[in-house]
Design a protein around this ligand. Sequence first.
Ligand code: ADP
Ligand code: ZN
Length: 367
Amino acid sequence: PVALAGRSYDVTIESGALEDFAGYARACLGGFDKSGRAVPFVADRNTHRLYSDTVERSLSKAGFRADWFVVEPGEAAKSWPVLEKLTDWLLDLGVTRSDHVFALGGGVVGDLTGFACAITKRGCGFVQIPTTLLAQVDSSVGGKTAINTRAGKNLIGAFHQPSAVLIDPLVLGTLPDREMRAGYAEVIKYGLLGDAEFFGWLEANGTDVLAREPEALSHAIATSIKAKARIVAEDERETTGVRALLNLGHTFGHALEAETGFSDRLLHGEAVAAGMVLAARYSARRDDLSLSDAERAARAIAHAGLPSEISTLALNASGRELADHMRHDKKMEGDTLPFLLLKNIGEAYLARDVDLADIAAFLDEQL
Ligand code: ADP
Ligand code: ZN
């Protein structure tokens, strides 16, 4: 097992961990104190169908059972109405601050459950059991929780760190390939932004990671989480700018997501993949990065089956229209937007002099 002592909680990565869920919970949390009571679990219909039996089997061996709150798969579950039902359910169960609620699912279940736990009894414990690659390498660690509202995604939320994160790479065996690739975009991100050696390793072993080859997969997850934990530990609440490194590819990516209406046409990870290629090429255009390194980044992304050319996305937009989506970014400072760019493969930096008109002209060349 790879146990990382994060700021205040352990991240366990072990194949098959879910089979012995009760054992891990006892090790991480010192067991469930309220004997006889059910352990609260939140899942979506897919993760419930696939993995609730495994969890129940392990719990019943330890003399416990689970109580399930099951949401529909998809972003729509990150909403006020579902949040209200979930918090009512937790209160009906009599959850106290020292209890732990278990989130079994992807980023949607993790974000919703985390936020519900941040506000229930002014903060009760929760444990992330992420079941998508994206959630395993990114959203389950770091403590950001949120729901979506009519004004946009993730605008209502809280920083609420989990008590523990339990990652079982085996559950990725049932994850659809497209979701797997989308999560892999965030893995590549850690290489590009801060670890050239890891990027090189991914160029050589990315196919094995995507094929869920156990050793390669565990290494990719552990390296990604260590990178994320290091960055988050330096800047937990996004105040010093260090945490902004994690946004590599995301400013371009969000514009692409906004243009495609945050729909299944372009998953978050796919948008980030295309966005990282844009960030690399824009860096090369400014002579911050060599053209050959920009194309090396593009090749790694294309090789993973992720979109590297926005000309293939059939967008009906001009560069100006895409740049306009960025104007609403909460980080806008006058006409400039702080932008994550690359100096090298493995070296990202925050540029504060990027003009959106120049971004629009650049995007017109790429479209
Ligand atoms: P993300 O983690 O990318 O934010 P979601 O929480 O929206 O993603 O999950 C993406 C989709 O994958 C959902 O339909 C969810 O039900 C499904 N899913 C999550 N984990 C698994 C898994 N291990 N096996 C199969 N499907 C899964
Ligand atoms: Zn992301």
